[in-house]
Structure formats: structure tokens, C-alpha cells
Design a protein around this ligand. Structure first.
Ligand code: PMP
Length: 383
């Protein structure tokens, strides 16, 4: 079972020993390979030596380390926003920010395919949560129109890249609809920060909307190769969240080693655009090869390459066979997938070599033929 996979030993950003076998890891979200970056590791080691292994408490109780504050300053500057708040996970960033920004009498409008952390935030607030159809600005428009005589705050929540199918939000149209109805917009850039935009800020940057989006949430657990989350905003009263947001207030702050590696990783996103270029080159290489072979993939190329398969049984069997072949990918089965798809999810990294990408594509195509998902070219040629 996928939940039972143990990486006996990590060899690099793209390889591990699993079940005693050298395996290409294409099921982590180490998009830029920075979890094994020398500068990030050195920064973490120096911080743990200088400041210890943990902060042993929350920032409101124990105070902040200067590095927490420096990281927040750097994140705000990176996104060109005035304020930033760092959380102990990306999950808590969504949970805390979304549930605190809106309350009784307010409205949360969320894309139907939202991540669990966004759905869980809805359970933590007295605001009314209303879903609109995935990536459908007209559906959002219809929902907001029905709320036009309601005085409460309206907050629209979308993601930059959606984690199951790797598809991208039509952010320009979503923002236009939201603004027309006086609604605020929050974009979760968990999978798009470091991946999209000329500077790697995410979808809002790519679409030229950084000045229009009210809140951006991100995580340190994907492109930045660590753990933690953040929110940035230009909102004048943003810092009130520090005294109202329970998932920020009542948990221990990020340890020094994590803050240090994240600062080094953020510098890498800023200063090494070649990593992003390499990530996209690898992504297109896999996406194009699998498309040409006849697989049905997510609708747009992104570093999450989702291979849609006809049944849960075939998906499980192909996942197992891929692992036996030395390729570790994720599995997506209903009810976790948006429309009940069964899929294998490949998470591509800048750290993958051409040989690893081609090897994964070859293994998928071979298994696709063996399991009858793709036409068997040998049989077709014999007819
Ligand atoms: N938002 C999205 C869209 C995610 O996919 C995830 C994690 N997969 C999170 C938030 C939570 O981030 P983290 O795992 O860093 O807590």
C-alpha cells in the first residue's frame, strides 16, 4: 500500500532506497530539488549549532527569534507585499488565516476542488462556506450575485496549481469577478510558488495580479524543501492576525534550522531562475512523451503530471509495478480525487535527470500497454 512505503535511505533529491532497491522518487514535491541543496543544508546546520534544535514554544508566549522576523521581511519583499506571517505548517497557514479573516455573517467562496486545509478552515469559522464549480468564474459569479444584498465580508479562496490534476486556476477571471462583487481574494500558492512567475512568486505574479490579490498563502514544504507556511498581504491591519489566529498563537514556532534553510531556499528561488527552467524542461519532457503515447493527463502541463487510469484496480497494480521497476509516484483514488478519477501522480523536480524522466516515461508506457490502458503497438503492428 502507498501509505506503507518506507524510504530506507535517501540518496539525493531524486533517489531513495525503497524495499532495498534504488528508486527514483517522483512522488515528493521537492520541485526545485532544494531539500538536498548544499547551501540550504549548510544554513540549517549552522543554525542548529548556534540556536539549538527548537524554539520550545509559540511566538506570543516565548517571543520570536530574529530569524523568524527576517524570514517574514524577506517573504513580504519577495511578493512585493507589506506584511508577512510565518506558520509552523502550510496546513496551519490556511487553517488560521482563512478561519480568522471571516466570521459570523461573512461568506467564504471556495473552489470545489480545494485542499483539505481550506475545507478544514471552513469548519473552524462561523462564516457560511459556499462552493463554486472548479475553475469556473461564471459559477463564482452566480454565487456572488445571490449574495449581493448581504452585508458580510466575502472571501474567495482559490489555489494556483491544484494538487490532484496539476491544473491551474483562471486567476484573472476569478479576480475580475471577485472585484466586481467587492469580494476579497486569497490564493493558495502551495504548488505554484517557486514554479510559476518570472521571479517564482506564483500564479498571481505570472498573471500580473500581485497588486490585485488580497492574500497569498504559501508553504515551505514543496519548492522550499522544508516545512512551514506563510501568508503575505498589503492589508493595513494584517498584523492583528497575530493576536487572533489560533493556529499561529497556540503552537510552537518553526525551529531555527528550518527557518535558516527556508531563507537559503528563498534566496535560491530569487537568484537561481535556472532551477525553475530545469523544472519546466523536465515537466514538458514527461508531459509531452506521455501525451504522445496516448495517456490521458491533467489538462495543462505542470510539475504535477497526473496520469488518469480506467479503474482503481489498474491504478493500484500499475503503482505497485512501477515501484518494483524502481519508480516511486503518488496514487490518487476517490474520494480524494476531484471527480472520482483514479490516477498516478508524478511530481517532477528540477533535480531529475533526463535519464530519470525518460526512464519513468518508458516504464509508464510499458505498463500502460501491459495493463491494456494504451494500445499494444506490437499487436497493432501484427494486424
Ligand atoms: N495547500 C495545498 C494546495 C496543499 O496541497 C497542501 C499540502 N499538500 C497544503 C496547503 C498544506 O501544506 P503543508 O503540507 O506544507 O502543510
Amino acid at each position: 500500500m502507498p501509505t506503507g512505503v518506507v524510504m530506507d535511505r535517501l540518496l539525493s533529491a531524486s533517489e531513495a532506497i525503497i524495499n532495498g532497491k534504488r528508486t527514483v522518487t517522483a512522488g515528493t514535491h521537492n520541485y526545485l530539488g532544494l531539500a538536498f541543496d548544499e547551501a540550504c543544508i549548510e544554513a540549517a546546520v549552522a543554525a542548529v549549532r548556534a540556536e539549538g534544535t527548537g524554539t520550545c514554544g509559540s511566538r506570543i508566549a516565548n517571543g520570536s527569534f530574529s530569524d523568524h522576523v527576517a524570514l517574514e521581511r524577506e517573504l513580504a519583499a519577495f511578493h512585493g507585499m507589506a506584511h508577512a506571517m510565518v506558520f509552523s505548517t502550510g496546513y496551519q497557514a490556511n487553517l488560521g488565516v482563512i478561519s480568522t479573516l471571516v466570521g459570523a455573517g461573512d461568506f467564504l467562496l471556495l473552489d470545489a476542488d480545494s485542499h483539505a486545509s481550506i475545507y478544514d478552515a471552513c469548519k473552524q469559522t462561523q462564516a457560511s462556506a459556499i462552493r463554486f464549480k472548479h475553475n469556473d468564474p461564471a459559477s463564482l459569479d452566480a454565487r456572488l450575485r445571490r449574495l449581493s444584498d448581504q452585508p458580510g465580508v466575502k472571501l474567495v479562496v482559490v489555489e494556483g496549481i491544484y494538487s490532484m490534476l496539476g491544473d491551474i486556476a483562471p486567476l484573472r477571471d476569478i479576480v475580475a469577478v471577485a472585484k466586481r462583487h467587492g469580494a476579497f481574494v486569497l490564493v493558495d500558492e502551495a504548488h505554484s510558488m517557486g514554479v510559476l512567475g518570472e521571479r517564482g512568486c506564483g500564479l498571481a505574479e505570472q498573471e500580473g495580479l500581485l497588486g490585485e490579490v488580497d492574500f497569498v498563502v504559501g508553504t515551505f514544504s514543496k519548492s522550499l524543501g522544508a516545512i512551514g507556511g506563510y501568508c503575505v498581504s498589503d492589508h493595513a491591519q494584517f498584523d492583528i492576525l497575530r493576536l487572533a489566529c489560533r493556529p499561529y498563537m497556540f503552537t510552537a514556532s518553526l525551529p531555527p534550522a528550518t527557518v535558516a534553510s527556508v531563507r537559503a531556499a528563498l534566496a535560491a528561488v530569487r537568484e537561481r531562475p535556472g532551477l525553475r527552467a530545469r523544472l519546466w524542461r523536465n515537466t514538458r519532457r514527461l508531459y509531452d512523451t506521455l501525451t504522445a503515447a496516448g495517456f490521458q493527463l491533467g489538462p495543462t502541463p505542470s510539475p504535477i503530471v497526473a496520469v488518469c487510469l480506467p479503474s482503481d484496480e489498474i491504478t493500484m497494480a500499475m503503482w505497485r509495478a512501477l515501484l518494483d521497476d524502481g519508480y516511486y509516484v503518488n496514487i490518487g483514488l476517490p474520494p480524494a480525487t476531484p471527480s472520482g478519477e483514479s490516477l498516478l501522480r508524478c511530481a517532477i523536480s528540477a533535480a531529475h535527470s533526463d535519464a530519470q524522466i525518460d526512464g519513468l516515461a518508458d516504464a509508464l508506457i510499458r505498463l500502460g500497454r501491459a495493463f491494456g490502458v494504451l494500445p499494444d503497438v506490437r499487436c497493432a503492428a501484427a494486424l
